[in-house]
Design a protein around this ligand. Structure first.
Ligand code: SF4
Length: 333
């Protein structure tokens, strides 16, 4: 079974279940939809398409939940109201979010709290490493809020977390970082690269025309420059990026953006459906049908990405270990 088959089968034997709460769109958009032609979403109270419905959550998340609470850690799974949380947590997989739970950027798609940040917790790297060990993670995905309030954007803290996980976990454990843009500060970016994660992920999120609405205070060129920097400094380190579909982008814009990513050497791509986390966030412009995700994924493979995961529930950290494994296998074949 290919990676995409795994990812695109949300209710399959891999135990896909929806999260218990938090995805407000599920509450307002609650009936099956009919046709592809109906996939535009001109009003907020539009029906949720059938392919975005998932079964009610079942038990199985308790262990992950206990570890996270016991070690007083934050996950993007909860903060970003990820629809895959039940599935991932049932499989003892979570994406730890370091450097606090308050972000300095006002992105219109993201439900991570914004506002006054807190001081970095110096024992967080050790707690993150302990969580990775207790959960038995074979592929550890770390992310963070954007810390524009810190001179290095939190890069030294990032590096400390990568090193702590590396030291605490078994040799075969791999680490993926999903970083902010560090405002383009190359010393900060280099500090994270030099901590030697196995995959360097930085999300593009959307096409450049929509940046002002979706990613205020971010810069498209800065995102490309960051990914290019990783490839220059560590050519053997796979780079990865992701975009949300359904925010109003056109097919041409999507292709152009992904071609830009390939031009800076990006090897791994994730494409998933944007879901409005609360009524205060950007509305969904369109629900992209699964077959269209398949089609777009094929187009992106044609651009030369080593690995593409494309589907309604794909998120940058969803089945990330499998993506990394496939890429490694392809390289050594
Ligand atoms: S897809 Fe990523 S963010 Fe979402 S629940 Fe899974 S690990 Fe967490």
């Amino acid at each position: 079974m290919s990676l995409l088959q795994v990812i695109d089968a949300p209710a399959s034997g891999c135990g896909a279940k929806p999260q218990a709460s938090g995805l407000s769109v599920l509450n307002v958009l609650d009936s099956p939809r009919d046709s592809l032609a109906d996939s535009r979403v001109p009003e907020r109270k539009r029906r949720l398409p059938a392919w975005l419905k998932r079964p009610l959550p079942a038990a199985g998340m308790a262990f992950t939940d206990e570890v996270i609470r016991d070690l007083d850690l934050v996950t993007v799974c909860e903060s970003a109201k990820c629809p895959n949380r039940t599935e991932c947590w049932s499989h003892k997989t979570a994406t730890l979010m370091i450097a606090g739970n308050v972000c300095t950027r006002p992105c219109g798609f993201c439900s991570v709290p914004k506002g006054k940040t807190e001081a970095l917790q110096l024992d967080e790297p050790a707690r993150v490493a302990e969580a990775a060990k207790r959960l038995g993670l074979e592929h550890v995905v770390l992310t963070s809020v954007t810390r524009d309030d810190l001179p290095d954007g939190g890069a030294a803290h990032w590096a400390a977390c990568v090193v702590a996980v590396r030291e605490a976990c078994d040799e075969g454990v791999t680490i993926e970082v999903l970083t902010p843009d560090f405002r383009g500060n190359v010393r900060a970016i280099d500090a994270v690269i030099d901590s030697r994660p196995d995959v360097f992920n930085h999300n593009t999120e959307t096409v450049p025309r929509l940046y002002h609405r979706v990613r205020r205070n971010a810069d498209y060129q800065r995102t490309l420059d960051l990914l290019a920097r990783v490839k220059r400094r560590a050519p053997d380190m796979p780079t990865k990026s992701g975009l949300m579909l359904g925010l109003g982008e056109t097919r041409e814009e999507l292709l152009d953006t992904c071609a830009d990513l390939r031009a800076v050497g990006c090897e791994m791509l994730t494409l998933g459906q944007y879901l409005q986390p609360t009524g205060q966030h950007l509305p969904v412009e369109r629900y992209v049908p699964p077959e269209e995700f398949d089609e777009v994924g094929e187009l992106m493979r044609g651009l030369g990405f080593g690995l593409v995961a494309s589907g309604p529930f794909v998120r940058s950290s969803y089945h990330a270990g499998e993506m990394k494994d496939v890429l490694t296998a392809n390289r050594s074949a």
